[in-house]
Design a protein around this ligand. Sequence first.
Ligand SMILES: Cc1cc2nc3c(=O)[nH]c(=O)nc-3n(C[C@H](O)[C@H](O)[C@H](O)COP(=O)(O)OP(=O)(O)OC[C@H]3O[C@@H](n4cnc5c(N)ncnc54)[C@H](O)[C@@H]3O)c2cc1C
Length: 441
Amino acid sequence: MLAAKFSSRSLALKNWARLMSTSASPSSYKLVVIGGGAAGLAVSSTLSEKLGKNEVAVIEPSQVHYQQPLFTFVGGGLKDFKDTFRPTVDVVSPNAQLISQAAAEIDPKSNTVTLADGSKVSYEYLVVAAGIELNFGGIRGLKDAIGKNGVASNYSPKYVQSTYEFLQNTSSGNALFTMPATPIKCAGAPQKIAYLADELFREKGVRDKINVNYYTGLGKIFAVDKYANAMYDVAKSRNINVNLLHDLIEVDGVAKKATFKIMGEGPQAGESVTVPYEFLHVTPPMKPFDFIKNSKIANADGYVDVNQATLQHNKFPNIYALGDCSSLPTSKTAAAAAAQSKVLKQNLLGQILQGKSPSVEYNGYTSCPLVTGKHKLVLAEFSGYTGTPHETFFFDQAKEHAFSYWLTADVLPEIYWNSMLKGTWNGPSSIRKLTNPTNIN
Ligand SMILES: Cc1cc2nc3c(=O)[nH]c(=O)nc-3n(C[C@H](O)[C@H](O)[C@H](O)COP(=O)(O)OP(=O)(O)OC[C@H]3O[C@@H](n4cnc5c(N)ncnc54)[C@H](O)[C@@H]3O)c2cc1C
């Protein structure tokens, strides 16, 4: 499907024109942004307009930009895969220079980024927004098993369509849904698909023949108690078994068996348990990219080491980071990246244009729309720094709501393409002043 869409003559011509301009372009920029994903584009769109044409370069190796939050809906059969992606050349601002390569090395002392082909790009200011790496290889046997015989993952555009296909083919046995113990993007997505699968099995009349099991390597179903309590209730009402502190370590795709290591400090900690499955949805462990981890801008865990309020690097003042690759201790989501982008742009522009020290502060806002079925959704919004809910609407967002579903399934995808990637969506904080004035955090 991708091939058909992207082999079109117009796209080939566009790519050619853009790439030709890349090779003819200078290798030195006022600002370089590494990553043309949700966070990188939210920032580069505005900054390339403010700083002037071709003062900003975006380094992005992928020819395709995915709106990843839609993957949950695709896996559940509620959206078309084709609605989740657009050519990268179409979503990078025309004011910015697109460099269609991967960054391979960052040297903050010489202010240069080395690209995959060995060439160097220098910058006065750098924003790092390269996301987080999916580590399918971190689970024994998974690379061989995934994409066939009932094993799928909403986390990769390569396997997301298999989720719905395999769910439809499941009519008995165990359906397993896993969440790793590592930090991941959208920590709610591993369980969202379990609720959609439950609904699908009920619609097909096979639910009583299928055990739906959610396994998480963590000790809670969700980080914030208000929403965790709501999700335990949803799981219980659907007869979904929640297995805490069970981390997937091996998949045997031939025998259709998944092995979990028991985490924590209980009497069985360190032991493993093997479970047969008919359907297995895997959320792979994730890790920082090596080119960041091995650079001088990383913290001990491998994420870009930035101030959690200002998003400026803790050692190199001309470097900022946001989104999934950053050290910001909040839940990694596009919603968080939108709120971070506002802070980053104000601080960086103040520094570049007026020589000011960064003073605007990010409060850790993030959001996780926990879809629980068609027209049902728990809209978690909170600060990942304090755990305090920051709900945009006046109703109790821990309750399943059709309005929250409509907002997430139909409104936010349009905001993503038409506003967030263009740098004009900074999250709902200004809307909240009108829609929930008593919670103006
Ligand atoms: C299944 C799923 C469901 C989700 N649901 C939600 C949701 O409901 N709500 C929500 O807010 N968020 C959700 N998310 C999370 C959200 O998509 C991410 O948090 C968000 O995209 C982070 O933005 P980012 O720019 O940091 O990373 P990304 O959007 O992943 O972008 C990173 C970019 O960097 C590029 N890159 C990688 N390596 C290099 C390199 N070496 N050099 C240059 N560029 C590089 C990549 O190609 C990519 O384009 C979901 C994600 C998934 C997978």
